[in-house]
Write a protein that binds this ligand. Sequence first.
Ligand SMILES: [Zn+2]
Length: 612
Amino acid sequence: MKNMQLYAALMVILCSHYSCINADKNKRSQMNTIEDPHSFADLSGTRLTHLEWDAVIDFDHRKIKARAQWTLDYVKDTLILDENGLRILSIKDQDGHLLPFEEHEVDSVRGGWIKVLLQPKVQKIEIEYETMDRPAALQWLEVSQTMGRRYPILFTQSQAILARSWLPCMDSPSIRFTYNARVKVPPGSLALMSASNPQQKSPDGVYSFSMTQPIPSYLMALAVGDFEFRAISERTGIYAEPEMVYSAHYEFAEVERMIQAAENLYGSYLWDRYDLLVLPPSFPFGGMENPRLTFVTPTILAGDRSLVSLVAHELAHSWSGNLVTNATWNDFWLNEGFTVYIELRIMEQLYGREFHEMLAQLSFTKLEEALRTLPADQTLLKARLEGKNPDDAVGPIAYDKGYFFLRTVERKVGRKAFDEFLKNYFETFKFQSITTEDFLKFLRKNLLKKREWEELEVDRWIYEPGLPENVFRPSSTRFSMIEGICASFITTKRPPITKNWSAHEYIYFLQNLRGRVDYNMVHLLDSAFDFTKSRNSEILAVWLLLCIEAKYTPAYKTLEAFMTTTGRRKFIIPLYQELIKQNQKNQAKEIFLKAQNNYHPITYNSVAVLFD
Ligand SMILES: [Zn+2]
């Protein structure tokens, strides 16, 4: 991440007198130690079990000033925390005594570490600190960048290793903790976290939160803005800016049914409430599964509930990811492959098997493209991200190859046995962080016989590049028909009749035309379907790719508007890449210059590297 302003390292050693022995010392040493290449924390040493966070959100200076009090599971005489660009003001023990510490900056992706020297009997440490310039997790939106234009907005995105840019912590998904928070924001704004949340604004701008289930640091989340709440069911509802809350409420009306569908398959929902916060369009992802409060992009508000599978995806993380968590980012497929599988099962429960197979086919198309374009060593399910930014693992391998591995296992053992296995898996590992190897051990013990294991080529699936021949291949009759319609359009140049097509059928149709159309054909389609004016962001995104390929300039005003207002990486990175590929790099750069202030640092960095 190139634009991150890093705090110049300050070496502070106040005292060198430290040593300690604690009764719990050996408690952790017998546990398996996880090696996490993206955390500096000593995962075999002192751990953090609970956080008391007291923060003031200062919109004028774009700063968070906070006190983080960590309860320690005390094992060693030092504690190493991850941080990235924080100004540490003091570190004290539970009695207010200053504790000596040193800081060291390592690189811009991982940030650096704080080493705290612990005295005997230290049970809690309290860190007073503030954020510096442009922490990578935070996006501050000015009043003019919001819908209501009354109050500014702040939101965080901590996954994968950005929590450390707003909270000194052991920033490894293998470490879990509970938290309470007290947050002060300007009056008129509502503060929300990945915790128990208020449903109304507090007159003094002070809010209290509690998260009683242990979570990893990447699920720490905060959003502040002019948000309003509307209930969907007793345990679920929507937060959004007042201008958007009604349309969001309509779009997500089926969330309660989705929760029930998932519970029928995989056991009770264990996080109390499930609410959604609709953020402004600059949110860099489709959604983020912050526990109890999924953050979502408004680009799924299509007006016809056609893109709600994204909500099913984020909800599915309440089991895979949040309940059973990847221990390191090399195991990311455990979070995402399982989540795609559950998402599609939820959609099947709501809309039928054919709908599942359509989504599976779209997933397979993405996977095939990824396998064609990625270097072989980036196509392993068990990733090798040492020395790399874990955000680079976000893509079709963890998600779609992961899904197809599970689908292939399901075909082998039968759905009934596989469903029972998954339910058992979530029950066994709930509120734990596990590695790929932990999962494989469980799979061998509880589901696959030796012969099945070999026939499935499990080791090849996990540790080797590409896709084994035995992969389950989806077949959707609707999509097969569309492939024929594409071929016919290319030959006859006559746009098809598309009565009763679903959004996914349009998306598949357009995807199938990639690399096969010229300016005139794009013009014909636009005249027939008005794709340039589509309100459906998924359709629009793939349509705009076709427009760039065919240099269909009548759509370029829409292209520019879309790329400057939307920060969702899934949409805009391919658009920038296509512009560059089609010798329109200057145009891409001009758009980036106009758009950059609207991008979250994550999106900004992903786009900026394309122009290196
Ligand atoms: Zn996901």
